[in-house]
Design a protein around this ligand. Structure first.
Ligand SMILES: C[S@@+](CC[C@H](N)C(=O)[O-])C[C@H]1O[C@@H](n2cnc3c(N)ncnc32)[C@H](O)[C@@H]1O
Length: 254
């Protein structure tokens, strides 16, 4: 793909294998092309590794954080189950939203919670809304422990952000998707792997070995879930493209 930006002439020229075309630089399509590239290069450059939430590193694109906030506020889950804790920033972000909303707690699962991360997470003022579970997210004992922590009448949202291989995501979907309450969301993170395949810092097999492949196979068998564009409570222009690391990642339980 070759993009040529002419700021003076106000055009974007696109050569992507199909017929070369020249777009108005300020059109939706130009914005979408540039946003896609910005997001993909940002992924390669680890742009999302440059933010912290209330003192803890959070490995998320701020746009994605806002979409999650919108969804959490709209659906008001009692529990968010998240696989993949790392430094704890995302857990504490969801805990903060719940603190402001006056209800809700987070269960975070990670195969390895490093001692310095655990110490910092446990010392955080919002830890009162967090439960840490250390273990392989797809091990039977981990799944059983997490499920035992959730009461039958609690509303649950699920976020998958641990190992992003197709096989692992498929196993997490098989293990945890039934926790999601009808009307709530399941977010399969990092579908961007499919789009950045071939760029620096990517694996040779990422074109297929990614969360989107697992999600598509899951959806074919689980019609109780529908893929959705994450709803926007406020969207004045109605046609802004998504800047996201989680394309095709939002599923709604019907
Ligand atoms: C991308 S990081 C999580 C980032 C975090 N959710 C955030 O937004 O800041 C991925 C984490 O998944 C964990 N992980 C990898 N494989 C796992 C597995 N099989 N089960 C549970 N956690 C796993 C890693 O240890 C790592 O901490």
């Amino acid at each position: 793909m070759k993009l040529t930006i002419d700021t003076k002439g106000g055009t974007l020229s696109v050569e992507d294998g199909s017929c070369p075309r020249q777009l108005d630089l300020y059109s939706r399509e130009s914005f979408e092309q540039i946003a896609r590239l910005w997001t993909d290069i940002g992924w390669v450059r680890k742009y999302s590794y440059g933010f912290a939430w209330m003192g803890r590193p959070i490995i998320q694109l701020p746009d994605d954080m806002m979409r999650i906030q919108e969804t959490v506020f709209t659906t008001k889950p009692d529990v968010i189950v998240e696989t993949g804790v790392a430094h704890g920033g995302s857990l504490l972000y969801y805990a903060s939203l719940f603190e402001l909303m006056g209800n809700g707690r987070v269960i975070g699962i990670d195969i390895e919670i490093r001692p310095h991360n655990r110490t910092a997470i446990e010392a955080h003022p919002l830890f009162k809304r967090v439960t840490l579970v250390e273990g392989n997210a797809v091990a039977a004992e981990t799944v059983a422990m997490v499920k035992s922590m959730i009461k039958p009448d609690e509303k649950v949202m699920l976020i998958l952000d641990s190992n992003h291989s197709k096989d692992h995501v498929a196993k997490e979907l098989a293990a945890y998707a039934d926790l999601v309450t009808p009307g709530c969301y399941l977010l399969v993170q990092d579908g961007i792997m499919h789009y950045v395949a071939g760029m620096p810092r990517t694996g040779d097999d990422w074109s297929w070995n990614n969360p989107i492949s697992a999600t598509e196979e899951f959806l074919a068998k689980h019609t109780e879930f529908e893929p959705v564009r994450v709803p926007r409570p406020f969207d004045e222009t109605q046609d802004t493209p998504d800047c996201t690391h989680h394309p095709k990642g939002w599923l709604r339980r019907k």
